[in-house]
Design a protein around this ligand. Structure first.
Ligand SMILES: [Zn+2]
Length: 270
């Protein structure tokens, strides 16, 4: 009896001493098994309600596509570490909607979950960077596999769904383009010729001098990465106008992402 008591006490001590490590190990195992868990576990009803309530793209899909979308959202969510900054926790709504934004962008691609970017930092509002000495709305850090989001700016992207400014899509697009370049299981999924063609179009479009006539906001021409992200924002927020104004560029992006949002039914007002 005394032996059992000693063993039990040691067990309790080990759990107490290594509580944090055990928790982290459990969370790590949870993330590593995200693809399996998202396939075998039922999609939580609460997630579907959040998508229905707040995510226009989800509501543009038919029922079987909605299911595939929600399952991909689970896979993305279960595979990432959501880290709160200057807030106590990242709410379920925030997790679902951030994951949904990544899934919207990658919906046409097979098994692409921005694997390299396994940490998502969420700030309540725009945050001050001691490195750049500026306030930021979001950024992507390939070195540490981090995507940073200001929740306030993320939400604003959805409050104005057709102004082609959407922080979530913008940052996810940066991550996607970098993911294509970073050696991992998900790597070189874009057709290299199409990317080159896309960048050539970007360069020629950015030679304009009269910005009042341009379809994209001038920031697109900061570099090829910004151009790609701004193009993605336009691709999803005003696809028909983009297709009409720049059919060739639209077609290249549509081939790269393997989807065409201009063919979806118009989004219902939320
Ligand atoms: Zn950017």
């Amino acid at each position: 009896m005394i032996v059992y008591l000693i063993l039990f006490s040691i067990g309790v001590l080990v759990v107490y001493r290594f509580n944090q490590e055990i928790k982290e190990g459990y969370a790590f195992a949870g993330r590593a098994t995200a693809p399996l868990r998202s396939k075998v576990l039922p999609i939580p009803q609460a997630y579907q309600v959040i998508l229905q309530k707040y995510f226009p793209f989800y509501n543009q899909l038919d029922n079987s596509e909605k299911n595939r979308f929600a399952q991909k959202v689970c896979n993305f969510m279960y595979g990432k570490r959501f880290i709160p900054r200057n807030i106590n926790e990242v709410s379920i709504e925030a997790r679902v909607l951030i994951a949904a934004t990544a899934v919207q962008l990658t919906f046409g691609l097979t098994d692409n979950y921005l694997q390299h970017f396994n940490k998502i930092l969420v700030y309540p509002d725009d945050y001050y960077s001691s490195i750049t000495k500026r306030f930021h709305k979001g950024e992507v850090n390939p070195r540490f596999g981090i995507i940073v989001i200001s929740w306030q700016s993320f939400i604003e992207g959805f409050i104005h769904p057709t102004d082609a400014v959407n922080l979530g899509l913008h940052e996810m697009a940066h991550a996607l383009r970098l993911e294509n370049m970073i050696r991992s299981e998900e790597y070189k999924f874009f057709d290299a010729e199409l990317i080159t063609e896309f960048d050539e179009h970007a360069m020629s479009l950015c030679q304009v001098t009269n910005w009042s006539d341009t379809f994209f906001r001038p920031y697109a021409c900061a570099n090829e990465h910004e151009f790609f992200s701004v193009a993605v924002e336009n691709f999803f927020e005003r696809p028909v106008e983009f297709k009409t104004t720049m059919p060739e560029l639209y077609s290249i992006l549509s081939k790269l992402l393997n989807q065409d949002p201009s063919l979806l039914p118009l989004p219902k007002p939320l």
